[in-house]
Design a protein around this ligand. Sequence first.
Ligand SMILES: [Fe+2]
Length: 253
Amino acid sequence: MSLFSSIKKAFKNENGVGTSADKLHVDLHSHLLPGIDDGAKTMEESVAMIKRLTKHGVEKIITTPHIMYEFYRNTPEIIQGKLQETREALAAEGVDVQLEAAAEYYLDDQFISMLKHKEPLLTFGSNMVLMETNYIQDHPKLMDIFFELKVLGYTPVFAHPERYMYLQLTKDNYQKYQDIFFAGVLFQVNLMSFTGYYGNQIKQVADYLLKERMIHLVGSDIHKMEHVSVVHGLKRSKLFDKIMELPLMNNQL
Ligand SMILES: [Fe+2]
């Protein structure tokens, strides 16, 4: 084997382009409506990110602005209004994509009160509700809230479980993940977690969840243009082929 072909082979093995890059048609979990959370700041930025996101087979985007009482007091009216504006801007630019919006609910007192008062939540798919928690501290009512959502007829989806420090015990003990997963909560893992973008510990958990096939949905969690590049980088890797071997629910949304 010539030196050139050895190098080429080595490169292909490590960084070879995967074959699944265009197989994920529904992008879930992102912050692409302008000016209402820590995602896109302007309509120009929103349109530019969405335009680029559609380059790799993405036909539908379910964007999920934060609803977090302390920082982002978004309501269904605010989100639906911004969604409409963004759809119009995309149409004016000739961007061919189906844009929908739900929300990423933060587990706080306000959210608990919304459940108590049976306020309708923003959902996607089959009555799915995307929920996140504090990254560091365990919430004492976490399991109760998942249960409550189910009682109310929703399907709870746990946003990026791999990112919570309170769940990442040691590499050999991921019992808490098993507990939540087998309680019937859907796991939405972030694609960027597989790249090491959020750090090695988070990548290790994402790899574990992939190995154990404990992933129902993948999300991009795009907040800015840099994230689109990271997601596209992963989509060109062989690891992405492995992720796409999972029975993901994305394309059914
Ligand atoms: Fe998010």
